[in-house]
Each structure stands twice: as structure tokens, then as C-alpha cells.
Write a protein that binds this ligand. Structure first.
Ligand SMILES: [Zn+2]
Length: 148
């Protein structure tokens, strides 16, 4: 019997540890999620939260706020950043919706480079098609920078 077992002391130590952990947890009300540092139950303007979260949709902003136990206040107004982003997304052409009738308004340009330089020294072939008139303009260029 060389070792002496002192279970009472052990238990006390463990309990003290637990208490300390609890204290830490209580103090740990400030939490971080991404770059958003908030307190539980803190009130936050939905727009502010939306911006801090990196402009998710309104639904996502609310859900995240709920998850973070925040009290979301205010109304989701039109966000300038999001509006710009939406416009940009809309501008990505999935194909023209309507054909334009004004000549020169929309011109398709295709620049083809040739492996071989022509006798006149042109390396690039530029084809432009006007959408309205279907007029084709074809020209040979020596340099890409000649295209205007
Ligand atoms: Zn936004």
C-alpha cells in the first residue's frame, strides 16, 4: 500500500474546476462569428447585420441573427451594394431578350487571330456584325490595338 488514495480531495478539485469553467462560460457572452462580434440578446439593426455578414439575402440575415440569438430590429431596406450586385448579375447576358432595331446600337465583334501573317502583314481578322441591320464589317488588322 504505497499509494494513498484520497477521493474526497480529488472530487473537490474537480468541482472547483467545474465552477471555474462555468464562470468562464458566463463571461463568454461575447462571441465572434466571422467579423461580427456581438453579445447574446444584443439588438442589432438588420441592415447593419446584413452588411457585417457580407450582404446575404434578407432571409439568411434573419436566420443568422436568430442563430446568434440577436434581436433584430429595423427593416431591411434596399441595400445599395446588393442593388449594384443585382444589376451586375442582370447585365450578364444570357442572350439578348429583344433584338435592337437601331443600327450601330449593338454590334457583335469577333476578332480572330491567324497563325500566319498575311501578305499585307495583317495577323488579325476582325468581323463586326450590326444586330439591327445585319451589316457585316470585316477588316484585317496588324495589331489588336488597331481595333476600334
Ligand atoms: Zn447588401
Amino acid at each position: 500500500m504505497g499509494m494513498e488514495i484520497v477521493p474526497d480531495k480529488m472530487e473537490k478539485d474537480e468541482k472547483e474546476k467545474d465552477n471555474e469553467n462555468n464562470k468562464n462560460n458566463n463571461n463568454n457572452e461575447k462571441r465572434e462569428k466571422g467579423n461580427v462580434s456581438t453579445e447574446i440578446g444584443a439588438k442589432i439593426n438588420i441592415k447593419e447585420l446584413h452588411e457585417k455578414l457580407g450582404h446575404p439575402e434578407e432571409e439568411v440575415t434573419k436566420l443568422t441573427g436568430n442563430y446568434m440569438k440577436l434581436k433584430i430590429k429595423g427593416k431591411m431596406e434596399n441595400c445599395e451594394n446588393c442593388a449594384i450586385r443585382k444589376i451586375r448579375q442582370k447585365n450578364i447576358p444570357k442572350g439578348p431578350k429583344e433584338k435592337l432595331t437601331k443600327p450601330g446600337h449593338r454590334v457583335y465583334v469577333d476578332l480572330t487571330s491567324s497563325k500566319y501573317t498575311s501578305a499585307g502583314g495583317s495577323k488579325y481578322w476582325c468581323l463586326a456584325v450590326d444586330e439591327a441591320t445585319h451589316m457585316k464589317f470585316s477588316t484585317f488588322l496588324r495589331q489588336k490595338s488597331e481595333m476600334k
